[in-house]
Design a binder for this molecule. Structure first.
Ligand code: SF4
Length: 253
């Protein structure tokens, strides 16, 4: 995870610095040391400091044509673009791409790590035992799966449910970026360490992240334990319910 965070951090910083330079009147520069030094001096004189944001929703790869986010984008067009995706090596081992499901107008998105065995077989998110637990959590909130959007950071199952690798995250991140940009949820519930750390661009453990909201480009993000972890450690259900109650309160449920 450390490598991917360094890469995401670097790309994120470059992206935001360039946007900030553009907003402050910079229309281009030569990439020679002397010119870069001039640019840095110009930045030092500028009134505002570059903004920061969470890793994924900053659209880190939006200069790549297929990853461009535009106001006309929709879940349907993202789904068309992802069909038969071969952008990373997980394409060779998957059975189905798991795009995610739910309403495009969801106030709340649940985002997990990656599809597991059952999800890979069915092409749907959170349909195994962990998924059934997530469904119960959603119902306990007074909602249905159809009223939220459920997805993952990575759309194809890593073999043996191993952790996604940095190149796979970078290849797949634009699809989640676009989903978030289209849905524009008010809230995100990040399920488990991987999703929370990737979305929040941090290596802080989930046990420290959970229990409070974090800002993710204006979206209130609540990290909590992954349902599959709850199956192994049912004593953590109380913590998850505390996190969910905070979400419900913020959502007015
Ligand atoms: S994980 Fe994402 S980038 Fe990789 S093949 Fe699947 S859809 Fe494409």
């Amino acid at each position: 995870m450390a490598d991917v965070h360094r890469v995401l951090s670097l790309i994120d910083e470059i992206h935001h610095t360039l946007k900030w330079m553009k907003a402050n009147g910079c229309r281009g520069f030569e990439a020679r040391h002397s010119c870069l030094a001039d640019s840095v001096a110009h930045m030092d004189d500028a009134p505002n400091t570059p903004p920061t944001s969470c890793a994924l929703t900053s659209n880190i790869l939006d200069d790549t044509p297929a990853m461009h986010i535009d106001p006309q984008d929709s879940l349907d067009s993202i789904q068309s673009d992802i069909v038969n995706c071969q952008r990373c090596k997980l394409a060779k081992t998957r059975t189905n791409i798991v795009f995610g499901e739910g309403t495009p107008s969801a106030r709340l998105m649940f985002i997990g790590e990656a599809p597991g065995f059952d999800e890979d077989k069915q092409g749907k998110p959170f349909v195994g035992r962990a998924g059934q637990l997530l469904t119960k959590i959603i119902q306990a909130m007074g909602l249905t799966r159809e009223q939220v959007f459920i997805g993952n950071v990575i759309k194809c199952r890593p073999p043996g449910n191993r952790n996604p690798e940095p190149d796979e995250i970078l290849a797949c991140a634009p699809f989640l970026n676009r989903q978030i940009a289209v849905i524009q949820p008010e809230f995100i519930c990040a399920l488990g360490t991987f999703a929370a750390q990737t979305l929040l661009h941090t290596t802080v453990p989930i046990s420290k992240l959970r229990g409070q909201f974090h800002d993710c480009n204006g979206i209130q993000l609540m990290p909590t334990f992954h349902p599959s972890y709850l199956l192994r450690s049912p004593e953590k259900k109380r913590d998850v319910w505390e996190d969910i109650k905070l979400l419900m309160n913020a959502m007015g449920l």
